[in-house]
Design a protein around this ligand. Structure first.
Ligand code: MGP
Length: 204
């Protein structure tokens, strides 16, 4: 058989075995997520500075959003992003957060410039991929902030009294982000934070 014909048959066989992928098919996430943007404008109320940017529920829509927004370590001082399950506001007062708390990861300035966005991306993948396994339902969202002194990422859990869940979520974060001794990470109960800021009156 002529070489050209053999090649034609091979091409035909390859096409049969490996049909070209259908790029119009999107891959659904278990939850729908909403991205928020915040800025520290002391002239207006804190809640008014939280703005919804977009909502997505597929892997592809997540990446097209993430790849098109400013990187978290390039935000201006006082700005931040939050990603929460759709319907939950990124604030203590939301019903889903009132009993909760957050794992807070603090990065000093130099580490912020180098690693903040890398950590944030990993946290987002943990959230949308339900990477906290059976404890994923206890997570409401996460927040990243760029501050003068450094940067911080908070992973918010819905019930600070669910000790096992809180510990496992923290353990997973440490493991996936390769948190070392140069990064401080601790769990803060929202109610305590609210007491300190005087905001507790708003939810009683
Ligand atoms: P922040 O933005 O979380 O911390 O809270 P920042 O700016 O890094 O400063 P820090 O030194 O306090 O860590 C700053 C302030 O925003 C708080 O003191 C509150 O007044 C307000 N604030 C923050 N959060 C997350 C909330 C919230 O959920 N609800 C309300 N009402 N105010 C909030």
């Amino acid at each position: 058989m002529a070489a050209v014909e053999v090649n034609k048959i091979n091409d035909h066989e390859k096409k049969k075995k490996c049909p070209s992928p259908d790029f119009s098919v999107k891959h659904s996430l278990q939850n729908s997520w909403t991205l928020w943007y915040s800025h520290n404008d002391t002239k207006s109320d804190w809640a008014e500075n939280q703005r919804q940017i977009a909502t997505f529920n597929t892997v592809e829509d997540f990446w097209s959003l993430f790849n098109h927004i400013k990187k978290s370590n390039k935000l201006d001082q006082g700005q931040g992003y939050a990603l929460f399950k759709t319907g939950i506001r990124p604030m203590w007062e939301d019903e889903a957060n009132t009993k909760g708390g957050r794992w807070l990861i603090n990065l000093e300035k130099r580490k912020r410039d180098k690693d903040l966005n890398k950590y944030w991306q990993e946290v987002l993948l943990l959230l949308i991929g339900e990477g906290f396994d059976e404890h994923s339902d206890d997570v409401s969202g996460a927040v990243v902030n760029r501050r003068v002194k450094g940067g911080k990422i908070g992973v918010w859990t819905m019930d600070a009294h669910k000790c096992l869940s809180v510990v496992e979520i923290g353990r997973k974060l440490k493991e996936r982000l390769f948190i070392g001794r140069d990064v401080t990470m601790n769990y803060q109960v929202h109610l305590d934070t609210m007491m300190k800021t005087g905001a507790v009156a708003n939810i009683q």
